[in-house]
Design a protein around this ligand. Structure first.
Ligand SMILES: C[S@@+](CC[C@H](N)C(=O)[O-])C[C@H]1O[C@@H](n2cnc3c(N)ncnc32)[C@H](O)[C@@H]1O
Length: 265
């Protein structure tokens, strides 16, 4: 592991609003703040909002700055990414932020039923081949139901036509009320304002730089009713694996972009 990453991990251990729990400890002892996030940690009765797959935590920190009367928790498995948001929140002394390093699949170990009011899913991998891994699939929606207040909000912001189409179909198929739906957030009719437009995540900025449109859905997850997968053939995204190469190898991406004149986007 690189020195830089190790330093980030060490920093994270010193930040008292970063929680990292090995599964063995979680299983043995449980998570001490479960059901007590408001009373013991935030020490207020304000709503709790999660950003799942938060990466550097742009929504977690950006929303916390704007809405001091709400509590924000960024969740990701990658500690070195969350370090950025955790350091910002520490340096700005934001009292309404926490970060949780865990697999989202374990999220109901950390929150009691109804303890969470809202969930943001920001630029998740569409998981085109693995339905079970899709953060807006039935498996995860059922998990969110365990912790969300009835009718709690779910926000999806994505570059992926596949994930957007899938989630819309999912909502329609399961009669999940959708309150906002746009396939081109930044070139809409101007009716939308606020943090969905103002805050841009690390990945989002990369997609925007490549000329991709950003899609946004806001829905309310009912507490009851069976959730089933929609049956439909959804056209796969064509750019995803290319983009991963870009993110990991900027030089190679620059070369390919020059070669293709962006034709592959
Ligand atoms: C494409 S990145 C997006 C990061 C950030 N939201 C953004 O827009 O810049 C997806 C993030 O989700 C995290 N992630 C994916 N699946 C996860 C899981 N099951 N549990 C925890 N984190 C997960 C990854 O570690 C990664 O940081």
């Amino acid at each position: 592991m690189g020195k830089n990453k190790l330093k980030k991990f060490r920093d994270m251990e010193t930040i008292d609003f970063v929680f990292q729990y090995p599964f063995a400890v979680l299983k043995e002892e449980g998570f001490p703040l479960k059901e007590k996030w408001r009373s013991t940690f935030f020490k207020n009765n304000n709503p709790i909002v999660l950003e799942l797959g938060c990466g550097k935590g742009e929504y977690t920190v950006g929303l916390a700055r704007r809405f001091p009367d709400r509590n924000y928790i960024g969740v990701d498995i990658k500690g070195a990414r969350m370090w950025t948001g955790a350091c910002q929140a520490r340096d700005e002394k934001l009292g309404n932020v926490a970060f949780l390093r865990t697999d989202i699949e374990l999220i109901d170990h950390f929150f009691a039923p109804g303890e969470v009011d809202e969930i943001w899913v920001t630029f998740a991998d569409p998981q085109m081949k693995k339905v079970r891994k899709r953060l807006t699939g039935t498996r995860f929606l059922s998990l969110y139901r365990h912790i969300l207040t009835p009718g709690g909000l779910i926000h999806l912001k994505t570059d992926s036509p596949f994930l957007y189409t899938y989630t819309r179909l999912m909502a329609r198929h399961n009669s999940i009320p959708v309150e906002i739906d746009t396939d081109d957030l930044y070139n809409g009719d101007g009716a939308l304002t606020g943090p969905i437009l103002d805050i841009k995540t690390f990945y989002e900025q990369q997609w925007l730089d490549r000329g991709l449109t950003i899609k946004y859905l806001r829905m309310r997850l009912p507490a009851q009713g069976q959730l089933t997968e929609p049956e439909a053939d959804i056209e796969p995204d064509t750019y995803r694996s290319f983009s991963r190469g870009w993110i990991q190898c900027p030089d190679e991406m620059a070369r390919r972009t020059a070669d293709t004149g962006n034709q592959t986007l």
